[in-house]
Ligand binder design. Structure first.
Ligand SMILES: NC(=O)c1ccc[n+]([C@@H]2O[C@H](COP(=O)([O-])OP(=O)(O)OC[C@H]3O[C@@H](n4cnc5c(N)ncnc54)[C@H](OP(=O)(O)O)[C@@H]3O)[C@@H](O)[C@H]2O)c1
Length: 236
């Protein structure tokens, strides 16, 4: 049987590594992207020790050379890509509320995901069932931050704007891909105990990976162009 191939960014730790683990346990070959080859190799070794087909890829999503090399390697090795999880994310609002922070946040959370997706879209199109998952956040829901004081009080403008932009682009890409074999959805993992989520977060990492994993493995009659947490549709 033909192998199913998944590429996950920011997969050296946190939710990304766990997405790799959960997809790998389903027999999917997982390519673990990390900013340095050493980090990617350490993550791949960890999952290989759990009998998962995991391979490292050097992939800083802000580095166009890394993106080109990753796309070329996947094309040479497999000729297609079935699943892309744009999970890499950054949160820099603690550094200040200014344009530099906004720009650097967008570089990873929007432009990185966009550039990588553009570079591998032909490989996803070569899959019988291409799936793109954009790891967003409830803080990217404009409707929610306007209506819910708890989220409004987070006051993280760069992070919020970058995830809202990621959501808008997800919707736009779903329109572009209508009628093809490729589905694209955004998701909110929940508030998860990772380096980014912190120790006070309410969800364990395995539960936090579950929404992305389910969107990465959607059946042919599954949704596209949505924003989800678990099975719930979130407002844009
Ligand atoms: N945890 C939560 O409560 C929560 C809630 C909503 C959404 N999210 C989203 O979930 C995703 C995963 O976050 P997490 O909680 O697992 O945080 P995390 O443990 O801090 O992991 C973030 C990952 O992104 C990687 N990354 C950052 N910049 C990158 C770049 N330029 N290129 C490639 N990788 C890069 C990090 O690599 P390094 O190790 O090299 O820094 C790390 O692997 C993010 O998109 C985040 O916004 C998390």
């Amino acid at each position: 049987m033909e192998k199913t191939i998944a590429l996950i960014t920011g997969a050296n730790k946190g939710i990304g590594l766990e997405i790799g683990r959960q997809l790998g346990r389903q027999g999917i070959t997982v390519l673990l992207g990390a900013r340095s080859l050493a980090k990617a190799e350490a993550a791949a070794s960890q999952l290989q020790a759990e009998h998962i087909q995991a391979y490292p890829i050097e992939l800083d999503v802000t580095d166009s050379g890394h993106i080109r090399s990753a796309a070329a390697k996947i094309e040479a090795d497999y000729g297609k890509l079935d699943i892309l999880v744009n999970n890499a994310g950054t949160y820099l609002d603690h550094e200040g509320n200014n344009t530099d922070v906004m720009r650097r946040t967008f570089e990873v959370n929007l432009f990185g995901a966009h550039a990588l997706t553009a570079a591998v879209l032909h490989l996803l199109s070569a899959s019988p069932a291409g799936r793109i998952v954009n790891q967003s956040s409830i803080l990217g829901s404009v409707a929610t931050i306007l209506e819910d004081e708890m989220y409004a009080s987070a006051a993280v403008p760069a992070y919020t704007a970058s995830k809202a932009a990621l959501n808008a682009w997800t919707a736009q890409l779903s329109i572009q891909l209508k009628g093809t074999n490729v589905k694209v959805n955004a998701c909110h993992p929940g508030w998860v105990k990772t380096d980014m989520g912190g120790d006070n977060a309410v969800m364990e990492i395995d539960e936090g990976a579950a929404t992305a994993v389910s969107l990465a493995t959607l059946p042919d009659d599954g949704p596209t162009g949505g924003f989800f947490h678990k099975s719930a549709n979130l407002p844009w």
